[in-house]
Design a protein around this ligand. Sequence first.
Ligand code: T5A
Length: 229
Amino acid sequence: MGEAAAVKRPSGRGKFISFEGGEGSGKSTQIKLLAQRLEAAKLRAIVTREPGGSPGAEIIRHLVLSGMGKLLGPEAETLLFAAARDDHVHTVIEPALTQGTWVLCDRFSDSTRAYQGRLGNVPAGVLNAMQRVTIGDLKPDLTIILDVPVEVGLKRAAARRGDGAPDRFEAEDIRFHQELREAFRQIAAEDPNRCVLIDATQSKDAVAAQVWTALRDHLFAIATSAGTA
Ligand code: T5A
């Protein structure tokens, strides 16, 4: 039986899947592999990213990753991420989900919790207020958190970058990245119904197989048991 026939597909609103993790953990690689697999299963999906994903948000992405936001301080930098997310959610993510298209997003609000919250010490009350304005009740149906030791992730990111300069966050010191890893592991532990933590030191294909298992267990199983497939 082919993959398309084997998967019971839900109808109606699209599913929202975010990928999170430290620098170089393999998010972009896994999103591409998942998009190909969903396409083979005849599911309509778009791949997008944060910061960015819409024309307005891509302008803010450029600003933030250049280091400009850092000069303004953690709270102002958080506002920039929030402005980018607001545009992205309203012009790309929500319209796609409403049309039944699945959305695969490279980073979303958990990145704000980890980078600006835990690492930037922006208070939870500030983050919650911004979240209410930008995304309201929207949250991913499934979040894949790719976990790699910091040295592995930074080495991969450096190899991919070649001679280019590290961006605003890649340039932070090793302790920053270690705490970041802990922040994502904590997010996964606190919300096991939504988050799946995957050991991303494995081969690309082995990680992709675990991503697919997570979809099957968290999304397809729910859709099937709800009788919507
Ligand atoms: N940010 C973002 C915030 O501070 N707050 C927020 O709210 C949001 C949304 C975005 C930055 O913005 C910050 C976080 C980020 O620092 P970015 O340029 O989008 O920056 O970069 P990242 O999201 O950090 O992603 P990276 O581009 O660093 O890495 P990926 O996508 O995780 O990794 P990927 O797939 O490009 O892989 C890196 C290299 O490793 C290889 C790949 O081929 C590639 O060469 N690789 C593997 N090698 C061996 N085994 C595997 N399993 C491999 N998987 C991938």
